[in-house]
Design a protein around this ligand. Structure first.
Ligand code: MG
Length: 457
């Protein structure tokens, strides 16, 4: 097996244990060598306690390779990505562990187009890192880092340019924002104020100990957001993850809606306006995507789970829109990466143009019931079991790019091996609760039979 550094979304590890200063200098050298002597690299960070230390080390490594370092300081990941492309940088590095718990940190590497490196470029960085074939620039080719200011303004203006600002302003919405003590606090409240909203911000002091809630905006972490939406009689609640590329919403009653619901809302709104005829989404998204796309004559391209592969597929397929069920919304006219502030602006734009509340809008969508199951499977058998599952579902309408997803007319079953535990996960959805349960039973049986067959052979 070749050694890997990059996971599905950058390099991640526990700060100062795995992501040490020594490691960070070397990865900085590898990234700098990859981009080359004299290239311009924008470096930013989230609000984690370990981010300044790691950023300083990465910058030292980059500078050692003769890179011109531009310092964006603290900002959301999508703001850095936007700036990389629009300031004409050769690349970018973001120090963040996104939604991971406080002890983690990580490194995302962005290409000149503002999108994270694709797998083949990551492999090139890994090769340089493990071979230690670092460029070491001579003393007279080393550059002073330069601070870049006003990226936040540039970014917020860019987001606003894609929505009807006047129509949103006229509604005078009240919005509760929960950046979860993350860097979304720098941009989303500002965006909302400029959209004429009354803004109530909670957990909005950037703090790497994440005193308000964990950085992942899961429904169980968003109790305070729900309560506040109700208490101040708000029209909308929004929560971000630690680096604000994801957005999860509550309606005006404080009910949290998972990313599938708002992702599909935005998708249908765009298709209805005749914007785009291809939708890209990972296999973890609801099968409703197929139904809605069909209604508007659009094509669905399913991808593996992971935001980078989604972005890269969007570019390849010429898609203008994509979403992930975890609250990632990708809107290519702005940028083909997930962007929490853009998601907020798009949802408000739909509310303003229709005059409907979020709960009304979501009630108009088909309701889906979810059942999640797991089946034990030893790690060493997982690959064989997957082959068996592929065999067993032959002839059915299915997707086999990441686990097996079987699509029915009234539901779907997604079967994937867990990356961390000795289990297979089975996600089932149906238009009725009964159908979801039926499909779950079918899926669990299918996995159990496959595990049994493989272990006895
Ligand atoms: Mg994130």
């Amino acid at each position: 097996m070749t050694r890997r550094l990059f996971g599905t979304n950058g390099i991640r590890g526990v700060a100062n244990e795995e992501i040490t200063p020594e490691f960070s200098v070397r990865i900085g050298q590898a990234i700098g060598t990859f981009f080359g002597l004299g290239s311009k690299i924008l470096v930013g960070m989230d609000g984690r306690t370990s981010s300044p230390m790691i950023k300083a080390a990465v910058e030292a490594g980059l500078a050692s390779a003769g890179v011109k370092v531009f310092d964006a300081e603290m900002l959301p990941t999508p703001a850095l990505q936007y700036a990389v492309k629009h300031l004409g940088m050769d690349g970018g590095v973001m120090i963040t562990a996104s939604h991971n718990p406080p002890e983690f940190n990580g490194i995302k590497v962005v290409y000149s187009d503002g999108v994270e490196l694709d797998r083949s470029r990551e492999e090139e960085v890994e090769r340089i890192f493990f071979e230690q074939s670092f460029e070491q620039a001579p003393w007279h080719k080393l550059h002073d880092p330069k601070k870049v200011s006003s990226i936040l303004d540039l970014y917020v203006d860019a987001v606003k340019s894609h929505v009807d600002v006047e129509a949103i302003r006229k509604r005078g919405y009240t919005v509760v924002v929960d950046p979860g003590n993350g860097v979304g606090a720098l941009t989303t409240p500002k965006l909302l104020k400029e959209l004429g909203c009354r803004v109530v911000a909670i957990n909005s002091a950037i703090d790497g100990s994440f005193p308000g809630r964990l950085p992942e905006p899961t429904p169980e972490n968003l109790g305070l957001l729900s309560e506040t939406v109700k208490a101040v009689d708000a029209d909308l609640g929004v929560a971000h993850d630690g680096d604000a590329d994801r957005a999860i919403f509550t309606d005006e009653f404080g009910e949290v809606h998972w990313g599938d619901e708002t992702g599909i809302l935005v998708m249908e709104h765009l298709l209805r306006q005749g914007k785009g005829n291809v939708v890209v989404t990972p296999v973890s998204s609801s099968h409703i995507v197929e139904d809605i796309a069909r209604k508007y004559g659009a094509r669905v391209v399913w991808t593996k789970v992971g935001s980078i592969v989604v972005s890269r597929t969007m570019l390849k397929e010429g898609a203008i829109y994509s979403y992930e069920e975890n609250g990632g919304i990708f809107y290519k006219p702005h940028q083909p990466v997930r962007d929490g502030a853009m998601a907020v602006a798009l949802v408000l734009n739909i509310m303003a143009s229709t005059g409907k509340t979020l709960s009304q809008l979501l009630r108009e969508q088909p309701k889906v019931y979810l059942v999640k199951k797991k089946v034990k499977c030893p790690n060493e058998l997982k690959e064989k079991v997957l082959e068996e599952l592929v065999k067993k579902t032959e002839g059915m309408k299915r997707i086999t790019i990441d686990g097996v997803k079987v699509l029915f007319n009234d539901g779907a079953v997604l079967i994937r091996p867990s990356g961390t535990e000795p289990i297979y996960r089975c996600f089932c959805e149906g238009y009725t609760e009964e159908r979801a349960r039926e499909l779950a039973e079918w899926g669990v049986n299918l996995i159990s039979e496959a595990v049994k067959k493989v272990s006895s052979s």
